[in-house]
Design a protein around this ligand. Structure first.
Ligand SMILES: *[C@@H]1O[C@H](CO)[C@@H](O)[C@H](O)[C@H]1NC(C)=O
Ligand SMILES: *[C@@H]1O[C@H](CO)[C@@H](O)[C@H](O)[C@H]1NC(C)=O
Ligand SMILES: *[C@@H]1O[C@H](CO)[C@@H](O)[C@H](O)[C@H]1NC(C)=O
Ligand SMILES: *[C@@H]1O[C@H](CO)[C@@H](O)[C@H](O)[C@H]1NC(C)=O
Ligand SMILES: *[C@@H]1O[C@H](CO)[C@@H](O)[C@H](O)[C@H]1NC(C)=O
Ligand SMILES: *[C@@H]1O[C@H](CO)[C@@H](O)[C@H](O)[C@H]1NC(C)=O
Ligand SMILES: *[C@@H]1O[C@H](CO)[C@@H](O)[C@H](O)[C@H]1NC(C)=O
Ligand SMILES: *[C@@H]1O[C@H](CO)[C@@H](O)[C@H](O)[C@H]1NC(C)=O
Length: 792
């Protein structure tokens, strides 16, 4: 199965038009008749699913369009770039067989350019949503299916001659910048065709075409979606929708944000639901923010753009023009440049020269040699150095190991540039000013580097609006080994029916865990995959909130996070389907003492990676809030996978301090002081809990040991473990072997003292009472990485 992970999202991306005119209905139009805008008439398909007629797109502006009768969702437009006047405009089927749209009684705006001498020529809207002009012999002269706009309906072919073109934006249906079409290699592709640059961004251009599982050999260039939700293309690209099977209506739409989504109509709620989408990380869509800008994804808002430091928006009404420098480019000479660090920021493409095994100085110096070098991308591990002549498609991602160093004039600090963010909408709303932290950091030599915590934790903590919190449910226990580890990304995320899951769990019989939020059952899907099915208590939250959350969790994809394979939401029932980890949790393995020091180290590192991903992936950021050994599952190679993240409710900080929220706090024994003292909750609460987990792991001493009686007692106990370790470390008679004193005696002294000392020191930093003194999860990963490299 090649369908990609695809969350169901609730989106209001549907073409937000105003409403069609209320009107009388027609079955067909024949030669010599017309539909006039003043006497509103619409053509209706025999099943009444589709309507065609004049559709209002603005003040006194109309398009001739086809829409779903019930939802008014437009699927085709004749004159999207040239709306007609609300007076004396009409669609006429002329005597010669030509169908024409005239504006204000005069200008022909659009025509099918058909000619027919046949005595009968008729225009009808078919049940499929196809508007068809045919003659007496039922020969099709013209059909709207041959001229798609931004939507492909089931059975409508996308061919070598057709393409989908997105709308300009949410409120404007004229042609936008994104196109879906077959490229010259026969590959179905998404193209950003912007005002200044154009580039293909799907399939990902850096993938070899066969890695992207496409074929270039079939030149028939045909793609089609069937009504069950099976899309297949002649380049071997196929997918099945999340809700494969009979659904009332479907449409595949190239949305104005450059993503292509399959929507299903949910009858009960009379709304469209996304059942597949091509791109999971919206900032990877090219052209999003134009040149010299950074894209970031904000939960609940969608994508936002901001100009790079030293740059300003080119056209304050239109993000697609990007940003331009506020400084004079002629200052880009050798003596007058500085470089500003943008951590984990990628700008794809436009490299002028690639060097390896360079020092950072070598890299920036080589940039200074070039007049048009705007920045360098540099990776410390490999010494890879790329000089950039254009800064396009910028986004931040902790996955991205290189940093970008932006070249700016020395006078940069005098440039007044509050970093502005703007949302991607036609309207000018939502300009938000953010605090940014600039930390100066001297490097030897003439080049100074400034640390810019753009999208990293610094920035996020300052701009934190949402905290996503957490639930707890026990994990599982099973003896058998299993190796269903890695090929998960390909298996796809889907919606399950309750009946399916009931069957998979044999009527919810084999309980493997239980927590405040529901019960976990073991199950076997019809394709024989073993799963852990978490049945949440009924009506924990509204269905819309639930779907929004599921879409977030479903999109998180990291080897150190447990995979979610699907969900079920029917009525009040809420179930989540996870991969099943045969090896149980860290808690179980700690108590059975099956771990050696290298494995402990790997678990510490992997857990840190998973949490760092949750905290810092710009796409979404999620606090876990319940980090503990029970929530760290192990695969067959002792690679940890963090579970139970993001089972959540979007809450702002105010709500976190609300007493009703207190039950969502983490598990006693692992809770940071902020919880107890009612201080703001940040990602540092997870850092704290992580520190406890590491100490427990290395000392073999548990902070909770099943004691769940008094809060205070337990918090005191976890303080005691911390204090004990600290005392040993800083003991009055500081000995070199303090580590031997604290290590789990069951290890029998077999471990690398140096490494373990550093690991414990890192854990203690994580356990600082003052949250600001704790490192971020990402810093922990970096430190452990260094250790690991020494280790190998
Ligand atoms: C359209 O809406 C009407 C009334 O709201 C409803 O009876 C009908 O089932 C709907 N049709 C579809 C196709 O959803
Ligand atoms: C829609 O966008 C186009 C292209 O930017 C613009 O020319 C047109 O005026 C816009 N229409 C409306 C109704 O805003
Ligand atoms: C989907 O369609 C393709 C091409 O028609 C076919 O090969 C494949 O078996 C179909 N998949 C399912 C699940 O029906
Ligand atoms: C090319 O693709 C079309 C449509 O998917 C399919 O019907 C045809 O069999 C393919 N041809 C070859 C040679 O694979
Ligand atoms: C750069 O500095 C050197 C010496 O510091 C000077 O000779 C040279 O003229 C300067 N170049 C420019 C372009 O200012
Ligand atoms: C990289 O450079 C260093 C010193 O500049 C050299 O010792 C090393 O062999 C180089 N590595 C490679 C892979 O070229
Ligand atoms: C890199 O920098 C070092 C020290 O500054 C210098 O010796 C070396 O020649 C530089 N290498 C290149 C390729 O510029
Ligand atoms: C982890 O603990 C579970 C439960 O005690 C046990 O079945 C499993 O074998 C342990 N894992 C390993 C790799 O030893």
């Amino acid at each position: 199965m090649k369908s990609m992970a695809s969350p169901v999202l609730y989106l209001t991306l549907s073409l937000a038009f105003s409403f069609p005119l209320s009107s009388s209905t027609l079955d067909a139009m024949s030669k010599g008749t017309s539909l006039s805008i003043e006497k509103p008439e619409v053509l209706i398909s025999p099943n009444s699913v589709f309507s065609a007629g004049f559709y209002s797109v603005g003040k006194n502006a109309f398009c001739f369009a086809i829409w779903f009768s019930n939802s008014s969702t437009v699927v085709w437009v004749a004159n999207r770039d040239q709306p007609v006047n609300g007076k004396r405009s009409k669609l006429s089927l002329l005597k010669n067989g030509n169908l024409v749209l005239t504006d204000a009684g005069k200008f022909t705006i659009w025509a099918t350019n058909t000619i027919s001498l046949s005595s009968v020529v008729q225009l009808s809207l078919y049940n499929t949503g196809n508007l068809v002009l045919y003659n007496k012999e039922s020969v099709i002269l013209w059909q709207s299916f041959d001229f798609p706009t931004n939507t492909l309906l089931p059975q409508q072919l996308l061919t070598r001659n057709t393409k989908l073109v997105s709308s300009r934006c949410k409120t404007n249906h004229s042609s936008g910048f994104y196109e879906l079409f077959f490229d010259n290699n026969n590959v179905l592709s998404l193209l950003f065709n912007g005002p200044e640059v154009s580039s293909i961004y799907w399939p990902e251009p850096w993938l070899l075409i066969w890695v992207a599982k496409r074929s270039t050999y079939n030149n028939s260039r045909i793609a089609v979606l069937n009504s069950l939700g099976n899309f297949s293309s002649s380049d071997d690209f196929t997918f099945l929708s999340n809700d494969y099977g009979a659904v009332l209506h479907r449409r595949l739409t190239l949305d104005y944000d450059g993503n292509i989504r399959l929507y299903s109509w949910e009858k009960e709620r009379q709304t469209w639901v996304v059942s597949w989408q091509a791109i999971q990380k919206p900032c990877r869509i090219n052209g999003v923010c134009g040149a010299n800008s950074l894209c970031k994804y904000v939960v609940g808002f969608g994508r936002k753009c901001s100009c790079l430091p030293g740059y300003k928006m080119k056209n304050s009404l239109d993000w697609s023009y990007g940003c331009e420098p506020e400084f004079d480019l002629s200052h880009h000479n050798k003596n007058e440049s500085i470089f500003l660090l943008l951590s984990n920021v990628e700008f794809y493409g436009y490299d002028v020269g690639y060097y390896s095994n360079y020092s950072l100085d070598n890299c920036t110096n080589s940039c200074l040699q070039l007049h048009n070098c705007k920045a360098v991308q540099y990776a410390f591990e490999t010494g890879d150095c790329f000089r950039k002549s254009l800064l396009l498609n910028g986004y931040h991602s902790p996955d991205f190991v290189k940093n970008t160093y932006l070249r700016l004039p020395k006078s940069f600090k005098s440039i007044k540039n509050p970093v502005k963010e703007f949302s991607l909408d036609c309207s000018k709303e939502g300009t938000i000013q953010l605090d940014r932290t600039y930390v100066k950091n001297h490097e030897k030599g003439m080049v100074k580097f400034l640390l810019w915590l753009a999208c990293g934790v610094g920035g996020l903590e300052l701009t934190c609006i949402f905290v996503v919190c957490c639930l707890l449910i026990k994990t599982r226990k099973s003896p058998d080994a299993d190796n269903q580890g890695y090929c998960l990304a390909a298996t796809g995320f889907r919606k399950f029916t309750y009946v399916e899951l009931k069957k998979a769990t044999k009527g919810f019989t084999e309980e493997i865990g239980r927590g405040a939020w529901g019960v976990v059952y073991k199950g076997v899907l019809s394709d024989n995959r073993v799963v852990a099915i978490k049945r949440l208590n009924e009506a924990n939250q509204g269905e819309d909130v639930f779907l929004a959350e599921v879409s977030i969790i479903g999109r998180l994809n990291h080897m150190n996070l447990i995979d979610m394979w699907g969900y079920c939401a029917e009525g009040k029932r809420r179930l989540l389907v996870y991969e099943y980890m045969e090896h149980g949790s860290l808690a179980e393995n700690l108590s059975s003492n099956a771990l050696d020091w290298k494995q402990m180290f790997e678990i510490a590192l992997g857990t840190a990676k998973g949490l760092a991903y949750l905290h810092e992936e710009c796409l979404e950021w999620v606090l876990h809030c319940d980090v503990k050994p029970q929530n760290i599952l192990l695969d067959s190679n002792y690679q940890p996978k963090v579970a139970d993240f993001g089972l959540s409710k979007l809450q702002n900080r105010g709500a976190l301090n609300n007493p009703s929220f207190s039950r969502m706090r983490g598990t006693r024994g692992y809770m940071a002081p902020e919880w107890i003292f009612n201080l703001p909750i940040t990602s540092k609460v997870d850092v704290y809990s992580y520190g406890i987990v590491v100490l427990e792991m290395v000392t073999g001493k548990s902070t909770i040991m099943g004691v769940h009686t008094t809060d205070v007692g337990n918090e005191a106990k976890n303080r005691r473990l911390v204090t004990w370790v600290k005392e040993k470390k800083n003991g009055e008679v500081a000995t070199t072997s303090w580590i031997d004193d604290i290590m789990d005696p069951k290890m029998e002294g077999i471990y690398d003292k140096g490494k373990m000392e550093i690991l414990v020191e890192i854990a203690l930093q994580c356990l600082e009472e003052d949250k600001d003194a704790r490192p971020t999860m990402k810093q922990v990963v970096e430190k452990l990485h260094q250790l690991e490299n020494d280790l190998l």
